[in-house]
Design a binder for this molecule. Structure first.
Ligand code: RIB
Length: 309
């Protein structure tokens, strides 16, 4: 059966410690609290789309350790098709996060995610071909992403690539094959080497990329909204006034929600507005996946949103 969305990407166990200060090298400090949560950009995007009711398949590699087992169960419980999830030979990917006040530092250890090779995609080729949309990010090997893009091109499947975390090796030939390319403004600056402080600068950098052949460039600009640029048009979709608690994983929720609304039949501008509203709700709660509401919880939470003109 065809899926609505196939997400090819990472899963990471978030190991979050609230700290009073970072230890110096060689020093031990105690910290007030710790918790573990499900994260990783690919899994976050899959979870957001599944929470909204999409039929989602995940292609990912979990660890051979206890964290990998936990993650596999979590995918199952979230209603995500795990027939494309392999158990690797290494420990699960982890993201130790250190939160001090409203600042956070994150270390990403790829672990078993590094085993998500092009050969794994060939093994699960049915899941790659038999879907309405493919979602990619950059916490796995770029070679795997490019292989996915080539398969998608062959079968005419739209791809959204979220170039996070930023990577210096950008292959324009592959990127321009994607229907949607969605960096945040920092990643946009990294990609173009252009300043992105003001909206005008962001627009200039966005047009620079579109002039190189990107079809739909979607730049997420946090509290300033979302900029959609194609070769013929440009639209700035405003954000919402929110009491932000924690923005970890908000970008991923936007991508997953966009994929959901787009594959459900919304046109691009409508899907962008809906995804923008979904991501706005997630920043009012802490955690990444822990802050992604289900389709049933959403109306009440979105009713409180006010556009930030
Ligand atoms: O985008 C947020 C995600 O990045 C977190 O879930 C963390 O795991 C890191 O991968």
């Amino acid at each position: 059966m065809a899926h609505d969305i196939t997400v090819i990407g990472s899963n990471m166990m978030e190991l979050t410690t609230n700290i009073e200060r970072m230890p110096q090298l060689g020093e031990t400090v105690s910290a007030p609290s710790f918790h573990m949560a499900f994260g990783g950009k690919g899994a976050n995007q899959a979870f957001a789309a599944a929470q909204l009711g999409s039929d989602v398949a995940m292609i990912s590699v979990v660890g051979s350790d206890i964290l990998g087992k936990e993650y596999l169960n979590h995918f199952k419980e979230s209603g995500i098709d795990i027939s494309g999830v392999q158990i690797g030979h290494q420990s699960n990917g982890v993201a130790p996060c250190f939160i001090q006040g409203n600042m956070n530092s994150i270390i990403v250890v790829q672990g078993a995610n590094s085993e998500l090779t092009p050969a794994v995609l060939d093994h699960f080729s049915k899941l790659v071909r038999d879907t309405k949309m493919i979602v990619l990010q950059q916490e796995i090997s770029l070679k795997t992403n490019y292989h996915a893009i080539d398969i998608a091109e062959q079968y005419g499947i739209p791809v959204i690539l979220n170039p996070a975390p930023a990577n210096d090796n950008v292959d324009m030939e592959h990127i321009t094959k994607c229907e949607f390319y969605s960096p945040n403004e920092t990643e946009l600056s990294h990609l173009t080497n252009m300043p992105v402080e003001t909206i005008d600068q962001i627009k200039e950098a966005a047009h620079f990329l579109v002039d190189q052949g990107i079809k739909n460039l979607i730049v997420t600009i946090g509290s300033r909204g979302v900029l959609w640029v194609t070769k013929d048009q440009e639209e700035l979709i405003p954000s919402y006034k929110v009491d932000a608690v924690d923005s970890i994983g908000a970008g991923d929720s936007f991508i997953g929600a966009f994929a959901h609304y787009y594959t459900s039949g919304d046109g691009i501008p409508t899907a962008l507005r809906h995804a923008n509203a979904y991501a706005a709700v997630t920043v009012t709660m802490s955690g990444s996946q822990a802050s992604y509401p289900s389709i049933n919880e959403l109306p009440k939470l979105q009713a409180k949103l006010e556009i930030n003109y």
